[in-house]
Design a protein around this ligand. Structure first.
Ligand code: NAD
Length: 345
Protein backbone atom coordinates (compact mmCIF):
# COMPACT_ATOMS: atom_id res chain seq x y z
CA UNK A 1 0.00 0.00 0.00
CA UNK A 2 1.47 3.37 -1.02
CA UNK A 3 -0.06 6.63 0.11
CA UNK A 4 -0.18 9.77 -1.98
CA UNK A 5 -0.90 13.17 -0.48
CA UNK A 6 -2.77 11.82 2.51
CA UNK A 7 -5.30 14.13 4.03
CA UNK A 8 -7.52 12.91 6.83
CA UNK A 9 -10.15 14.67 8.84
CA UNK A 10 -13.51 13.81 8.72
CA UNK A 11 -17.18 13.52 9.36
CA UNK A 12 -18.88 11.03 7.10
CA UNK A 13 -17.84 8.91 4.23
CA UNK A 14 -19.67 6.86 1.69
CA UNK A 15 -18.88 4.34 -0.90
CA UNK A 16 -19.72 4.20 -4.55
CA UNK A 17 -19.28 0.85 -6.26
CA UNK A 18 -20.14 -1.17 -9.37
CA UNK A 19 -23.54 -2.91 -9.37
CA UNK A 20 -21.56 -6.12 -9.74
CA UNK A 21 -20.97 -6.05 -6.02
CA UNK A 22 -24.53 -6.83 -5.03
CA UNK A 23 -23.66 -8.31 -1.68
CA UNK A 24 -21.36 -5.40 -1.20
CA UNK A 25 -21.31 -5.15 2.57
CA UNK A 26 -20.77 -8.85 3.01
CA UNK A 27 -18.18 -9.03 0.30
CA UNK A 28 -14.45 -8.78 0.60
CA UNK A 29 -14.65 -5.32 -0.99
CA UNK A 30 -17.18 -4.06 1.53
CA UNK A 31 -15.15 -5.34 4.44
CA UNK A 32 -12.13 -3.62 3.03
CA UNK A 33 -13.99 -0.33 2.79
CA UNK A 34 -14.87 -0.58 6.47
CA UNK A 35 -11.32 -1.58 7.31
CA UNK A 36 -9.81 1.33 5.39
CA UNK A 37 -12.26 3.83 6.83
CA UNK A 38 -11.46 2.73 10.37
CA UNK A 39 -7.74 2.75 9.83
CA UNK A 40 -8.01 6.26 8.38
CA UNK A 41 -10.08 7.33 11.36
CA UNK A 42 -13.04 8.21 9.17
CA UNK A 43 -16.57 7.59 10.38
CA UNK A 44 -17.92 5.09 7.85
CA UNK A 45 -21.68 5.40 7.60
CA UNK A 46 -22.20 2.24 5.64
CA UNK A 47 -25.87 3.01 5.07
CA UNK A 48 -25.25 4.66 1.76
CA UNK A 49 -23.42 2.38 -0.61
CA UNK A 50 -24.31 3.74 -3.98
CA UNK A 51 -24.24 1.17 -6.75
CA UNK A 52 -23.28 2.24 -10.25
CA UNK A 53 -24.12 0.50 -13.51
CA UNK A 54 -21.38 -1.88 -14.52
CA UNK A 55 -18.97 -1.13 -17.37
CA UNK A 56 -18.72 1.91 -19.61
CA UNK A 57 -22.45 2.62 -19.09
CA UNK A 58 -21.39 3.94 -15.68
CA UNK A 59 -19.91 6.94 -17.48
CA UNK A 60 -23.19 8.01 -19.02
CA UNK A 61 -23.65 11.66 -18.22
CA UNK A 62 -27.09 10.98 -16.69
CA UNK A 63 -25.40 9.18 -13.78
CA UNK A 64 -23.70 12.43 -12.80
CA UNK A 65 -26.92 14.15 -11.79
CA UNK A 66 -28.25 11.00 -10.11
CA UNK A 67 -25.18 10.87 -7.91
CA UNK A 68 -25.28 14.58 -7.19
CA UNK A 69 -28.90 14.21 -6.11
CA UNK A 70 -28.06 11.36 -3.75
CA UNK A 71 -25.23 13.31 -2.16
CA UNK A 72 -27.43 16.41 -1.88
CA UNK A 73 -30.35 14.45 -0.37
CA UNK A 74 -27.96 13.04 2.24
CA UNK A 75 -26.58 16.46 3.19
CA UNK A 76 -23.06 15.85 2.03
CA UNK A 77 -20.79 18.86 2.46
CA UNK A 78 -17.23 19.73 1.56
CA UNK A 79 -15.82 18.19 4.73
CA UNK A 80 -17.14 14.78 3.74
CA UNK A 81 -15.48 11.97 1.86
CA UNK A 82 -16.56 9.56 -0.80
CA UNK A 83 -14.69 6.36 -1.45
CA UNK A 84 -14.77 5.20 -5.04
CA UNK A 85 -14.22 1.46 -5.16
CA UNK A 86 -14.15 -0.05 -8.61
CA UNK A 87 -12.63 -0.10 -12.03
CA UNK A 88 -11.74 2.89 -14.18
CA UNK A 89 -15.37 3.60 -15.01
CA UNK A 90 -16.42 4.04 -11.38
CA UNK A 91 -13.31 6.07 -10.61
CA UNK A 92 -13.90 8.35 -13.59
CA UNK A 93 -17.54 8.98 -12.76
CA UNK A 94 -17.05 9.44 -9.02
CA UNK A 95 -13.97 11.58 -9.55
CA UNK A 96 -15.97 13.92 -11.77
CA UNK A 97 -18.91 14.12 -9.37
CA UNK A 98 -16.60 14.68 -6.39
CA UNK A 99 -14.94 17.55 -8.20
CA UNK A 100 -18.13 19.42 -9.07
CA UNK A 101 -20.26 18.79 -5.99
CA UNK A 102 -19.92 21.95 -3.89
CA UNK A 103 -16.74 22.60 -5.88
CA UNK A 104 -15.07 19.59 -4.36
CA UNK A 105 -15.68 16.72 -1.95
CA UNK A 106 -12.84 14.71 -0.46
CA UNK A 107 -12.18 11.70 -2.63
CA UNK A 108 -10.50 8.38 -1.89
CA UNK A 109 -9.77 6.13 -4.84
CA UNK A 110 -9.62 2.39 -4.30
CA UNK A 111 -9.06 0.85 -7.73
CA UNK A 112 -10.14 -2.77 -8.05
CA UNK A 113 -8.99 -3.46 -11.63
CA UNK A 114 -5.43 -3.54 -12.90
CA UNK A 115 -6.33 -0.73 -15.29
CA UNK A 116 -7.65 1.33 -12.40
CA UNK A 117 -4.50 0.71 -10.35
CA UNK A 118 -1.98 1.60 -13.03
CA UNK A 119 -3.87 4.41 -14.66
CA UNK A 120 -7.41 5.62 -13.89
CA UNK A 121 -6.91 6.11 -10.13
CA UNK A 122 -3.68 8.04 -10.63
CA UNK A 123 -3.09 11.56 -11.88
CA UNK A 124 -6.37 13.33 -11.18
CA UNK A 125 -8.10 13.09 -14.55
CA UNK A 126 -11.72 12.03 -14.60
CA UNK A 127 -14.46 12.13 -17.21
CA UNK A 128 -17.83 11.02 -18.45
CA UNK A 129 -19.04 10.45 -21.99
CA UNK A 130 -21.44 12.69 -23.85
CA UNK A 131 -22.92 12.34 -27.33
CA UNK A 132 -20.56 10.02 -29.09
CA UNK A 133 -17.41 11.41 -27.55
CA UNK A 134 -15.35 9.84 -24.84
CA UNK A 135 -14.55 11.71 -21.61
CA UNK A 136 -15.81 14.94 -23.13
CA UNK A 137 -16.93 16.25 -19.73
CA UNK A 138 -14.31 16.05 -17.04
CA UNK A 139 -12.00 17.85 -14.69
CA UNK A 140 -8.55 17.56 -13.21
CA UNK A 141 -9.16 16.72 -9.56
CA UNK A 142 -6.68 14.95 -7.33
CA UNK A 143 -7.91 12.39 -4.80
CA UNK A 144 -6.81 12.85 -1.19
CA UNK A 145 -5.72 9.25 -1.05
CA UNK A 146 -5.23 6.32 -3.39
CA UNK A 147 -5.10 2.80 -2.01
CA UNK A 148 -3.76 0.10 -4.30
CA UNK A 149 -4.46 -3.31 -2.81
CA UNK A 150 -3.26 -6.27 -4.86
CA UNK A 151 -5.85 -8.54 -3.24
CA UNK A 152 -8.48 -7.14 -5.58
CA UNK A 153 -6.64 -8.68 -8.52
CA UNK A 154 -7.37 -12.15 -7.12
CA UNK A 155 -11.00 -11.95 -8.21
CA UNK A 156 -10.29 -10.09 -11.43
CA UNK A 157 -11.01 -12.22 -14.53
CA UNK A 158 -8.04 -12.90 -16.80
CA UNK A 159 -9.66 -10.81 -19.52
CA UNK A 160 -9.73 -7.76 -17.23
CA UNK A 161 -6.08 -8.33 -16.34
CA UNK A 162 -5.21 -8.24 -20.04
CA UNK A 163 -7.09 -4.98 -20.52
CA UNK A 164 -5.06 -3.39 -17.74
CA UNK A 165 -1.89 -4.75 -19.28
CA UNK A 166 -2.60 -2.68 -22.38
CA UNK A 167 -1.97 0.48 -20.32
CA UNK A 168 1.12 -1.09 -18.68
CA UNK A 169 2.50 -1.88 -22.15
CA UNK A 170 1.75 1.71 -23.16
CA UNK A 171 4.10 3.00 -20.43
CA UNK A 172 6.72 0.48 -21.51
CA UNK A 173 6.56 1.49 -25.17
CA UNK A 174 6.82 5.25 -24.75
CA UNK A 175 8.41 5.77 -21.32
CA UNK A 176 10.12 2.76 -19.83
CA UNK A 177 12.44 0.36 -21.68
CA UNK A 178 13.21 -1.50 -18.43
CA UNK A 179 9.51 -2.18 -17.97
CA UNK A 180 9.39 -3.43 -21.58
CA UNK A 181 12.25 -5.85 -20.85
CA UNK A 182 10.62 -6.98 -17.60
CA UNK A 183 7.31 -7.64 -19.38
CA UNK A 184 9.15 -9.50 -22.13
CA UNK A 185 10.76 -11.87 -19.63
CA UNK A 186 7.92 -12.35 -17.15
CA UNK A 187 4.78 -12.88 -19.22
CA UNK A 188 3.87 -16.18 -17.57
CA UNK A 189 4.32 -14.87 -14.04
CA UNK A 190 2.29 -11.76 -14.81
CA UNK A 191 -0.55 -13.66 -16.46
CA UNK A 192 -0.58 -16.21 -13.62
CA UNK A 193 -1.00 -13.24 -11.23
CA UNK A 194 2.26 -13.86 -9.40
CA UNK A 195 2.12 -11.23 -6.67
CA UNK A 196 5.75 -10.09 -6.95
CA UNK A 197 5.50 -9.72 -10.71
CA UNK A 198 2.25 -7.80 -10.40
CA UNK A 199 3.69 -5.52 -7.75
CA UNK A 200 6.69 -4.80 -9.94
CA UNK A 201 4.68 -3.81 -13.02
CA UNK A 202 2.08 -1.85 -11.02
CA UNK A 203 4.74 0.02 -9.06
CA UNK A 204 6.71 0.89 -12.20
CA UNK A 205 3.58 1.99 -14.06
CA UNK A 206 2.42 4.26 -11.25
CA UNK A 207 5.90 5.74 -10.97
CA UNK A 208 6.09 6.34 -14.73
CA UNK A 209 2.70 8.02 -14.75
CA UNK A 210 3.39 10.17 -11.68
CA UNK A 211 6.67 11.42 -13.13
CA UNK A 212 4.80 12.68 -16.18
CA UNK A 213 1.89 14.13 -14.18
CA UNK A 214 4.32 15.94 -11.85
CA UNK A 215 5.77 17.77 -14.86
CA UNK A 216 2.47 18.65 -16.51
CA UNK A 217 -0.49 18.12 -14.21
CA UNK A 218 -3.06 19.96 -16.35
CA UNK A 219 -1.71 18.86 -19.76
CA UNK A 220 -0.73 22.37 -20.74
CA UNK A 221 2.96 21.78 -21.48
CA UNK A 222 2.71 19.09 -24.12
CA UNK A 223 4.22 16.48 -21.79
CA UNK A 224 1.20 14.70 -20.32
CA UNK A 225 -0.10 13.93 -23.82
CA UNK A 226 2.39 11.06 -23.90
CA UNK A 227 -0.03 9.15 -21.66
CA UNK A 228 -2.44 9.28 -24.58
CA UNK A 229 -0.34 7.14 -26.88
CA UNK A 230 -2.80 4.86 -28.71
CA UNK A 231 -5.77 6.80 -27.40
CA UNK A 232 -6.68 8.95 -30.43
CA UNK A 233 -7.40 5.83 -32.45
CA UNK A 234 -8.45 3.87 -29.34
CA UNK A 235 -11.10 6.39 -28.36
CA UNK A 236 -12.29 6.47 -31.99
CA UNK A 237 -12.76 2.69 -31.89
CA UNK A 238 -14.66 2.93 -28.61
CA UNK A 239 -16.91 5.66 -30.00
CA UNK A 240 -17.39 3.73 -33.27
CA UNK A 241 -18.66 0.76 -31.27
CA UNK A 242 -20.97 2.90 -29.18
CA UNK A 243 -18.64 2.13 -26.26
CA UNK A 244 -19.17 -1.63 -26.37
CA UNK A 245 -15.52 -2.32 -27.15
CA UNK A 246 -13.59 -2.13 -23.86
CA UNK A 247 -11.02 0.62 -23.41
CA UNK A 248 -8.01 -1.70 -22.93
CA UNK A 249 -8.68 -3.58 -26.17
CA UNK A 250 -9.41 -0.41 -28.13
CA UNK A 251 -6.14 1.23 -27.12
CA UNK A 252 -4.24 -1.96 -27.92
CA UNK A 253 -5.32 -1.69 -31.56
CA UNK A 254 -4.88 2.10 -31.25
CA UNK A 255 -1.23 1.72 -30.23
CA UNK A 256 -0.51 -0.51 -33.23
CA UNK A 257 -2.15 1.98 -35.57
CA UNK A 258 -0.39 5.00 -34.06
CA UNK A 259 3.00 3.22 -34.05
CA UNK A 260 2.47 2.53 -37.77
CA UNK A 261 1.62 6.19 -38.39
CA UNK A 262 4.80 7.19 -36.52
CA UNK A 263 6.86 4.83 -38.64
CA UNK A 264 5.29 5.90 -41.92
CA UNK A 265 5.87 9.55 -41.06
CA UNK A 266 9.49 8.77 -40.27
CA UNK A 267 9.42 9.48 -36.53
CA UNK A 268 10.25 6.04 -35.19
CA UNK A 269 13.24 3.78 -35.55
CA UNK A 270 12.91 0.62 -37.55
CA UNK A 271 11.52 -2.20 -35.44
CA UNK A 272 9.23 -0.19 -33.15
CA UNK A 273 6.08 -1.46 -34.88
CA UNK A 274 7.34 -5.07 -34.69
CA UNK A 275 8.22 -4.67 -31.00
CA UNK A 276 4.78 -3.18 -30.33
CA UNK A 277 3.02 -6.01 -32.13
CA UNK A 278 5.16 -8.62 -30.41
CA UNK A 279 4.56 -7.34 -26.90
CA UNK A 280 0.79 -6.92 -27.33
CA UNK A 281 0.55 -10.42 -28.83
CA UNK A 282 2.62 -11.87 -25.97
CA UNK A 283 -0.10 -10.72 -23.58
CA UNK A 284 -2.96 -11.88 -25.82
CA UNK A 285 -4.14 -8.39 -26.70
CA UNK A 286 -5.82 -7.57 -30.03
CA UNK A 287 -3.52 -6.08 -32.67
CA UNK A 288 -6.00 -5.79 -35.54
CA UNK A 289 -9.62 -4.59 -35.67
CA UNK A 290 -10.74 -8.13 -36.64
CA UNK A 291 -9.59 -9.40 -33.23
CA UNK A 292 -11.79 -6.95 -31.32
CA UNK A 293 -14.75 -8.54 -29.52
CA UNK A 294 -17.44 -6.36 -31.11
CA UNK A 295 -18.14 -4.70 -34.42
CA UNK A 296 -17.63 -0.96 -34.78
CA UNK A 297 -18.61 1.53 -37.45
CA UNK A 298 -15.52 2.76 -39.28
CA UNK A 299 -17.33 5.93 -40.37
CA UNK A 300 -18.37 6.74 -36.82
CA UNK A 301 -14.84 6.03 -35.60
CA UNK A 302 -13.27 8.31 -38.21
CA UNK A 303 -15.77 11.07 -37.48
CA UNK A 304 -14.97 10.88 -33.78
CA UNK A 305 -11.26 11.56 -34.48
CA UNK A 306 -12.40 15.16 -34.98
CA UNK A 307 -13.56 15.24 -31.35
CA UNK A 308 -10.14 14.25 -30.03
CA UNK A 309 -9.19 16.34 -27.01
CA UNK A 310 -5.66 16.80 -28.31
CA UNK A 311 -6.80 18.79 -31.33
CA UNK A 312 -5.24 22.26 -31.55
CA UNK A 313 -6.52 24.20 -34.55
CA UNK A 314 -6.34 21.84 -37.52
CA UNK A 315 -3.78 19.56 -35.92
CA UNK A 316 -3.70 16.77 -33.35
CA UNK A 317 -0.90 16.44 -30.79
CA UNK A 318 0.26 12.89 -31.37
CA UNK A 319 2.71 11.22 -28.95
CA UNK A 320 4.76 8.88 -31.12
CA UNK A 321 7.16 6.17 -29.92
CA UNK A 322 10.55 7.03 -31.40
CA UNK A 323 12.25 3.92 -30.02
CA UNK A 324 11.15 1.63 -27.17
CA UNK A 325 10.89 3.71 -23.97
CA UNK A 326 11.08 7.08 -25.76
CA UNK A 327 8.60 9.41 -27.41
CA UNK A 328 8.18 12.63 -29.30
CA UNK A 329 5.02 14.74 -29.48
CA UNK A 330 4.26 15.74 -33.07
CA UNK A 331 1.53 18.05 -34.41
CA UNK A 332 -0.13 16.16 -37.24
CA UNK A 333 -2.91 17.66 -39.41
CA UNK A 334 -6.23 16.09 -38.39
CA UNK A 335 -6.93 15.11 -42.00
CA UNK A 336 -3.59 13.29 -42.16
CA UNK A 337 -4.40 11.34 -38.98
CA UNK A 338 -7.78 10.44 -40.45
CA UNK A 339 -6.13 9.35 -43.71
CA UNK A 340 -3.75 7.00 -41.88
CA UNK A 341 -6.49 5.87 -39.51
CA UNK A 342 -8.73 4.83 -42.40
CA UNK A 343 -5.99 2.39 -43.44
CA UNK A 344 -5.70 0.67 -40.07
CA UNK A 345 -9.26 0.87 -38.77
N1 NAD B 1 -9.01 8.85 -15.64
C1 NAD B 1 -7.99 8.27 -16.20
O1 NAD B 1 -6.86 8.73 -16.13
C2 NAD B 1 -8.22 6.97 -16.96
C3 NAD B 1 -7.12 6.27 -17.44
C4 NAD B 1 -7.33 5.07 -18.12
C5 NAD B 1 -8.63 4.61 -18.31
N2 NAD B 1 -9.67 5.32 -17.84
C6 NAD B 1 -11.05 4.84 -18.04
O2 NAD B 1 -11.22 3.62 -17.33
C7 NAD B 1 -12.30 2.91 -17.92
C8 NAD B 1 -11.98 1.44 -18.01
O3 NAD B 1 -11.73 0.94 -16.72
P1 NAD B 1 -11.69 -0.64 -16.42
O4 NAD B 1 -10.96 -1.33 -17.51
O5 NAD B 1 -11.23 -0.78 -15.04
O6 NAD B 1 -13.22 -1.10 -16.64
P2 NAD B 1 -14.48 -1.24 -15.65
O7 NAD B 1 -14.48 -0.19 -14.63
O8 NAD B 1 -15.65 -1.35 -16.54
O9 NAD B 1 -14.23 -2.65 -14.93
C9 NAD B 1 -14.15 -3.80 -15.72
C10 NAD B 1 -15.01 -4.93 -15.13
O10 NAD B 1 -14.35 -5.50 -14.01
C11 NAD B 1 -15.26 -5.65 -12.90
N3 NAD B 1 -14.43 -5.60 -11.69
C12 NAD B 1 -13.86 -4.51 -11.14
N4 NAD B 1 -13.06 -4.88 -10.13
C13 NAD B 1 -13.15 -6.21 -10.02
C14 NAD B 1 -12.52 -7.17 -9.17
N5 NAD B 1 -11.61 -6.83 -8.25
N6 NAD B 1 -12.85 -8.48 -9.33
C15 NAD B 1 -13.74 -8.85 -10.30
N7 NAD B 1 -14.33 -8.00 -11.14
C16 NAD B 1 -14.03 -6.69 -11.02
C17 NAD B 1 -16.23 -4.52 -13.10
O11 NAD B 1 -17.43 -4.78 -12.41
C18 NAD B 1 -16.39 -4.49 -14.61
O12 NAD B 1 -17.32 -5.46 -15.03
C19 NAD B 1 -12.56 3.55 -19.28
O13 NAD B 1 -13.76 4.29 -19.24
C20 NAD B 1 -11.38 4.48 -19.46
O14 NAD B 1 -11.71 5.62 -20.24
C21 NAD B 1 -9.50 6.49 -17.16
Amino acid sequence: MRKINEEICCSKVDVIVNTNYKEFLNSIHGKKAIFYSKSLNIDYRGDLNIPIEDGEKAKDVSNVLDLVKTLYDHDFNRGDYVIAIGGGTVLDLVGFVSSIYMRGLNLINIPTTLLGMVDAAIGGKNGVNFGNAKNILGTFYQPSLIIVDLNFIKTLPEEEVRKGLAEVIKYALVLDKELYDYLAMNDKRVLEKDEDALEEIIYRSIKDKLEVVKEDEKETKGIRVVLNFGHTIGHAIEAGSNFTIPHGYAISVGMVCEAKIAEEMGYSEEGVVEDTLWMLSLYGLPITPEKLPFHYSKDLALASVEKDKKIRGNEILMPFPTRIGNYKVVRVPTETVKGFASQCL
